[in-house]
Design a protein around this ligand. Structure first.
Ligand code: GDP
Ligand code: MG
Length: 441
């Protein structure tokens, strides 16, 4: 992967006390190869490596204390710059509704994004309307209705009178409906093809001209590989867009597409989609993406997700209980549910620093383990959960039967719980670690 390669060449640099220009060139070659393999567009790679080389060589001549560290910083800063620096806000219309049009290939994640963005905006007190202007696929309207329902936002679907069979007319009537009914934001979902074609572009252009969007968001599947550049250029020239949303960033693709699309079109990436659920959505942060590419772990995103899932009060209570050693199985259960809320375990661990090398092991991590643990705790009485010391042989047998597990599994859970409790007590005394991290089963 891109990050492994860059990390690998860094390791070589780290091993040396002093660096020569030839060392820097060796690393630049590695980075170049890695970027190309990660499907970053050639012009972007050229510009990137040239700039990194220039800055690195001048860092060498400045006799810096730790040149390798400096090169790492230079690469990181350059990645942040190419990725677009600070994220800008969405452009809102001075007079509502703000119209956001979605464009992109079929399967890129437009309809899913309509729901994610709808939910995100609704949570910020916007009244949101989704407009179903994809009439290409038989199920597309229905899919948007389901997504809208999940997001808790309204959906404008084609019906007799508002443009059955005519996506442009549906878009126009949808925005008009939004205006008359005081929606703040109208999100127009559009059709895509598997490949770029002129008919689709024309339809998108016609919708654009009919609704005059404040933002046209180009949704790009981060897994698309080398086609990212060509597709981005086709949409830039065919419809034009003001922002990019990278979808499927939860997969293996770790930045190639992000670098390419921003590097080639100059249009900023505004959001990142990281899963199939509506909550798997966040602002795009160039600095975090750069770190992620460098395999340093997306710690900030992790913390943000954790904060979202945690009720702050609950977290405080937990911290107190940990410190006092009064953490019970009930708390443990509540914590497991928080962990589940935070999203898939694998995804979470994958974002932690240094976990890149454990990716294979993560593949074997069984999330059903949480289900098992939950079943066992749920089979205990409230008294047992508060005071596990009373768990004698017959109680353990009853719990095992009740939860469909074995006595050994119950015993093993209790052992791990005691260990976790001790560890957390220790952690909270030394002040390290977020609540919850120490008790994964
Ligand atoms: P559209 O054709 O552009 O409207 O794409 P859809 O929104 O219908 O998405 C196509 C498929 O990709 C669906 O199965 C989605 O669940 C899935 N999908 C969308 N966004 C993401 C994402 O960020 N991560 C993952 N893993 N799947 C996604
Ligand atoms: Mg769709």
């Amino acid at each position: 992967s891109l990050s492994d390669r860059i990390t690998g060449s860094f390791k070589q640099l780290r091993g040396k006390g002093r660096l020569s220009e030839a060392d820097v060139d060796g690393t630049i070659r590695e980075i170049r190869r890695a970027l190309l393999e990660a499907d970053v567009a050639l012009p972007v790679v050229r510009q990137f490596t040239a700039s990194v080389r220039e800055k690195s060589v001048s860092a060498l001549s400045s006799q810096a204390l730790n040149p390798a560290q400096q090169v790492i910083k230079i690469v990181n800063d350059e990645l942040v710059e190419v990725l677009g620096g600070d994220t800008r806000e969405l452009n809102f219309a001075s007079r509502p509704p703000t119209v956001i049009m979605l464009a992109g290939l079929q399967g890129a994640g437009k309809t899913t994004l309509a729901g994610k963005l709808g939910l995100w905006l609704r949570e910020q007190d916007n009244k949101v309307l989704l407009v179903a202007s994809d009439l290409q696929r038989p199920n597309a309207v229905n899919q948007l209705q389901i997504v809208g329902e999940r997001a808790g936002v309204d959906v404008w679907a084609p019906e007799p009178g508002n443009g059955v069979g005519d996506p442009v007319q549906v878009a126009r009537s949808g925005v008009e409906h939004g205006r008359q009914n005081h929606y703040n934001v109208v999100i127009v979902d559009t059709a895509g093809r598997l490949g770029v074609d002129e008919e689709m572009m024309e339809q998108a252009r016609n919708i654009r001209d009919a609704v005059n969007p404040n933002e046209t968001l180009f949704v790009l599947d981060a897994m698309i590989g080398q086609d990212a550049v060509q597709t981005s250029i086709a949409f830039r020239d065919g419809v034009g867009f003001t922002g990019v949303v990278l979808s499927k960033l939860d997969g293996d693709a770790r930045g190639g597409a992000a670098l390419s699309v921003r590097g080639v079109t100059g249009v900023p990436v505004l959001f990142a989609s990281t899963g199939e659920k509506l909550e798997d959505f966040e602002r795009f942060h160039a600095d975090r993406m750069a770190s992620r590419i460098l395999d340093m772990g997306d710690v900030l995103t992790l913390i943000e997700q954790a904060q979202k899932a945690y009720d702050e009060k609950e977290a405080e209570d937990l911290a107190e209980k940990m410190a006092e050693g009064t953490f019970t199985l009930n708390d443990f259960l509540a914590q497991l549910q928080q962990v589940r809320k935070m999203g898939s375990m694998k995804k979470m661990l994958g974002m932690m620093p240094g976990m890149g090398q454990f990716r294979d092991q993560l593949e074997n991590f069984d999330e059903r383990e949480i289900d098992r643990v939950e079943a066992i705790i749920r089979s205990m009485t409230p008294q047992e959960r508060r005071d596990p010391k009373i768990l004698n042989g017959s109680r353990r047998l009853r719990i095992a039967k009740g939860s469909g597990s074995t006595v050994q599994e119950v015993n093993s859970l209790m052992d791990r719980f005691e260990k976790a409790k001790t560890m957390m007590q220790h952690m909270s005394k030394t002040g390290g670690g977020a609540p919850g991290m120490g008790s994964l089963p």
